[in-house]
Design a protein around this ligand. Structure first.
Ligand code: ME8
Length: 517
């Protein structure tokens, strides 16, 4: 049977500085969903990339005395290094400086112009250079500064092309309020009241004041300004209006675009408008998450309050970082980053919860049975409840993953980890181990624990792909045991399974020592 396609995208990030933990969050979240869907049997296309044009990049490159392309080439290396370090399984990486993307953007711009949706006008407004954003007077903060970074803005005026938004207002309002395009839906009211009800403003889509952009083919004074260039990546990367790829028919419309709230408006209003203008189908879901904040402010390159994922990963391990950010962030809400919360979370869930469960179970199989379980069994109290919870887990995780609620999916998995640790206390294997006549009961308890670990670690491998194979090695699971179908079954490991004691998977971190440093 042909596999069902599944297309998921991250935003394409600005390489105006190195990636930080905020970029990591969206990418790790998409990676986990992509892995989960692959495990479920979908044919997945997972796209990420970089948004490489614009004034900010031009300025950064000039500061360094290199060309913009030389500058972005270096930063893109760091992005790719980080994604490899975080074990990100992207299928395609798009750079907006790639020729095929440029070709698509130029064709889209021309098509929108030919259809009468793009026209020439004059732009007047307040411009924030670090954010590359024009603001209206009413959008500025209480000091008349940029509402995002709170720096000074300058008066700017120039000839520019505009994209007509009003023809799409009604359809977009319906999309936001009557469909489940936007996740969480609670954000729809804010968008409708702030942007649609007051009348959708036309969008400035070209600039003449900087050169580092895609030239407008029919008016070469202009370069395409930010959003038409950036948003088109989601289709140029599939080969829409270029010869590089041929996947558009298979993967479009996208199943999930994931972004944070800073760029929600562009994805909730402008992107659908562009697609409507091009007569293309709309993406199925836009998942919008909050910000990772640091001391109450959005972590961002322009504010300079970034947390370096390489340093964190070096210290705590890439999977521990992945787990922490995925578990902390609830779709829709902000999440404040703190080393202390992270260390406590790693200790309680990973070191004490999962790590302990694995090492205690494997150590007991070793201690009482020399590493290989006997095949004799004796069922007992508490078994049925543990087995039911373990077998029922995949359905619960599915439900949350379908709603892009990764934190809740993880919470369900860790409930089963806690249940298994409680089962150890309830069944007291160390008491059974003292009594020769209880050997079959002891083997059953340990087998149930190994099976629960198999199920839990199979599901968790989508979120922590580096460490879970080490768990499989320790519990004696073969590669063929680790499948989505098997995650819903109990009794997959052979009755006489052999375990392999190994290193501690998640070492405990000394909170006091770490925080002092
Ligand atoms: O906006 N918390 O690029 P960008 C959570 N190029 N997520 C964060 C974050 C934080 N503190 N900081 C960044 C752009 N992100 C455009 C996008 S898409 C067609 C063009 C993540 O480098 C989050 O996904 O500013 C956010 O939406 C994105 O990075 C912004 O990245």
């Amino acid at each position: 049977m042909e596999k069902k396609p599944f297309y998921i995208t991250t935003p394409i990030y600005y390489p105006s500085g190195n990636p930080h933990i905020g970029h990591c969050y969206t990418t790790v979240a998409c990676d986990s969903i992509a892995r989960y869907r692959r495990m479920q049997g979908y044919d997945v296309m997972f796209l990420t990339g970089t948004d490489e044009h614009g004034l900010k990049i031009e300025q950064k490159a000039a500061e360094k005395g290199v060309t913009p392309k030389e500058y972005v080439d270096e930063v893109v290396k760091t992005f790719k290094k980080l994604w490899s370090y975080m074990n990100i399984s992207y299928d395609r990486y798009i750079r907006t400086t790639d020729d095929y993307h440029i070709e698509t953007v130029q064709k889209i711009f021309k098509a929108l112009y030919d259809k009468g949706y793009i026209y020439k006008g004059e732009y007047k407004g307040k411009y924030c250079t670090p954010c590359e954003s024009f603001w209206t007077e009413s959008q500025l903060d209480e000091n008349g500064c940029c509402p995002e970074c709170h720096r000074e803005v300058t008066e700017a005026k120039e000839e520019a092309y505009f994209f007509k938004m009003s023809p799409f207002a009604e359809r977009i309002e319906k999309l936001l309020t009557e469909t489940d395009y936007l996740q969480p839906k609670t954000r729809a009211t804010e968008l409708v009241n702030n942007f649609i009800k007051p009348g959708l403003e036309d969008l400035c889509v070209s600039r003449t004041t900087f050169k580092w952009g895609i030239p407008v083919t029919f008016d070469d004074k202009h370069v395409v300004y930010v959003w038409i260039d950036a948003l088109s990546n989601y289709i140029s990367a599939l080969g829409f209006w270029n010869e590089q790829y041929n996947d558009f028919d298979k993967f479009w419309p996208a199943d999930v675009h994931m972004v944070a709230k800073d760029i929600m408006r562009f994805h909730a209003i402008i992107w659908p408008a562009m697609l409507m203008a091009l007569d293309l189908p709309l993406p199925k879901h836009l998942a919008v998450h909050g910000w990772i904040t640091f001391n109450g402010q959005k972590m961002s390159k322009s504010l300079g309050n970034v947390v370096d994922p390489f340093i964190l990963g070096e210290r705590y391990g890439a999977d521990a970082i992945r787990y922490h950010i995925l578990r902390e962030m609830a779709l829709g809400a902000d999440s404040s980053f703190s080393n202390e919360i992270m260390i406590n979370r790693i200790n309680s869930d990973l070191a004490n919860g999962l790590g302990n469960l694995v090492s205690r179970t494997v150590a007991m199989v070793d201690k009482y049975f020399g590493g290989t379980l006997p095949a004799d069994r004796e069922e007992g109290e508490f078994d049925a409840e543990l087995i039911a919870e373990a077998k029922g887990l995949v359905a619960k995780v599915d439900e949350f993953m379908d709603k892009t609620q990764i934190n809740n999916a993880l919470a369900e998995i860790f409930k089963v980890v806690s249940r298994a640790n409680k089962y150890i206390d309830e069944t007291a294997p160390w008491v059974l181990g003292k009594d020769e006549s209880k050997k079959a009961r002891l083997a059953t308890v340990l087998y149930n624990l190994l099976e629960t670990i198999r199920i839990v670690s199979t599901l968790l491998s989508n979120f922590m792909p580096t460490t879970m194979p080490k768990v499989w090695e320790q519990i004696g699971a073969a590669e063929s045991d680790i499948t989505y179908e098997n995650a819903g079954k109990f009794g997959v490991l052979p009755a006489d399974v052999t375990v392999h004691r190994g290193e501690i998977i998640f070492p405990r971190i000394d909170v006091d020592k770490e925080i002092e440093e």
